[in-house]
Design a protein around this ligand. Structure first.
Ligand SMILES: Cc1ncc(COP(=O)(O)O)c(C=O)c1O
Length: 384
């Protein structure tokens, strides 16, 4: 009796693995979890305090659908300050997490038969969102380091192309699109008149000499074709608060706001005040967290490459490693499910991200757990 729309949705593999691992942990098993797509840090105190104040101040009723004006303004100022892009407050929409922003974008822009170019490997939800909008995902390869080039995108453009999804730094690979390629992609979008959805949730998690730029900052032509999605979830360790935001042209933002008015209405009033503090308050916690991730990144990259059957390219951003496990002879699903049941280590099978040769490990875990988890993987592979 279900609609064909929902019957065809694949459940999120990342959430499924995470749930299974947590269940094992709850039953007393000592599981090392590399599955989570969220920082292991707590939300900073100043942000929590802002939420407590919002409750005490009775900011507990509905807000305008698109968010409180102060937060929309703070987001516009963030774009100016951090990304060098000017947006009017009317070009900003606050939603219930980056995932909700992206879902709204898909529903507002894509229609039956439209094509959305999706670089592989991709974050699990993009494919399903595109399909839910009755559009067609057109998969686009990246190179052996998971880097996307304009040439690769160009090959996939057709007269049905409506959008390209850019996620740099990427979940699951951590790869960053090089600034020169971003410029070329901007030209392609302008010449061929398609939207670029730029998912910038990992923009602060950039390591070493790597540079990440927002495609919207490259001039008015591309800005009017870019829809930026971002959130406070990863940057401020606020995954549970559910605040995301979109920047785009007036027409799209208005359409998304209308859509939101009939689904979730406004995001949580209290969480909006917390997000306001996150964006306007001290930023030290972000730097501290990024430094910690960088240390773990170096360790996990080195350690993975020491294990027989596994090879890993150096992640440039985000907080994931995406090693090639094809040397073990196992599919990614086999690898992940056996590893969890036999060695109590949770990773996400790459098939969920469009590559069966890889697994994803989130290094948003303590150094102790990372060490223990990798030791277990090595031992398990030696025995199997
Ligand atoms: C690439 C990417 N985009 C968006 C999101 C959504 O994050 P949230 O809805 O918590 O803001 C995630 C979360 O895992 C992600 O990895």
């Amino acid at each position: 009796m279900l609609s064909s729309r929902v019957k065809n949705i694949a459940p999120s593999a990342t959430l499924a693995i995470d749930a299974k691992a947590k269940q094992l942990r709850k039953s007393g098993k000592d599981v090392v979890i590399f599955g989570a797509g969220e920082p292991d840090f707590n939300t900073p105190e100043n942000i929590k305090l802002a939420a407590k104040k919002a409750i005490d101040g009775n900011f507990t009723r509905y807000t305008p659908v698109g968010g409180i004006p102060e937060l929309r303004k703070a987001v516009a100022e963030k774009f100016q300050r951090e990304n060098n892009v000017s947006y009017d407050v009317s070009e900003i929409l606050i939603s219930c997490g980056g995932k909700h922003s992206l879902y709204n974008i898909a529903m507002a822009v894509l229609g039956k038969g439209d094509e959305a170019i999706l670089p592989v490997p991709y974050w699990v939800s993009y494919e399903e969102m595109i399909k839910l909008a009755e559009a067609v995902p057109v998969f686009c390869n990246t190179d052996e380091r998971f880097r996307l080039t304009a040439g690769m995108v160009e090959e996939k453009i057709s007269d049905k192309t409506k959008m390209l999804i850019l996620n740099s730094p990427s979940n699951p690979s951590g790869a960053i699109v090089e600034p020169d390629e971003v410029r070329k992609i901007a030209r392609l979008a302008a010449d061929n008149n398609f939207y670029v959805v730029s998912d910038e949730v990992y923009e602060h998690f950039v390591y070493g000499d790597n540079k990440s730029i927002s495609i919207a900052s490259l001039g008015d032509d591309i800005k009017s074709l870019t829809i930026v999605s971002n959130s406070v979830s990863k940057t401020y360790a606020m995954t549970g608060w559910r605040i995301g935001y979109t920047a785009g042209n007036n027409e799209i933002i208005k359409a998304m706001e209308n859509l939101q008015s009939h689904s979730t209405s406004n995001p949580s009033n209290i969480a909006q005040y917390a997000a306001l503090e996150a964006l306007t308050g001290p930023q030290e916690s972000v730097k501290k967290m990024v430094r910690a991730f960088d240390e773990r990144r170096k360790f996990i990259y080195k350690r993975l490459n020491e294990i027989d059957g596994i090879s890993c390219v150096e992640p440039e951003g985000a907080f994931y490693a995406f090693p090639d496990i094809s040397g073990t002879g196992m599919s990614s699903m086999d690898f992940a499910s056996k590893l969890l049941s036999e060695a109590l280590v949770a990773v996400v099978p790459g098939i969920a991200f469009g590559s069966d040769r890889h697994i994803r490990l989130s290094y948003a875990a303590s150094m102790r757990d990372i060490e223990r988890g990798l030791d277990r993987i090595e031992k398990w592979l030696k025995q199997s």
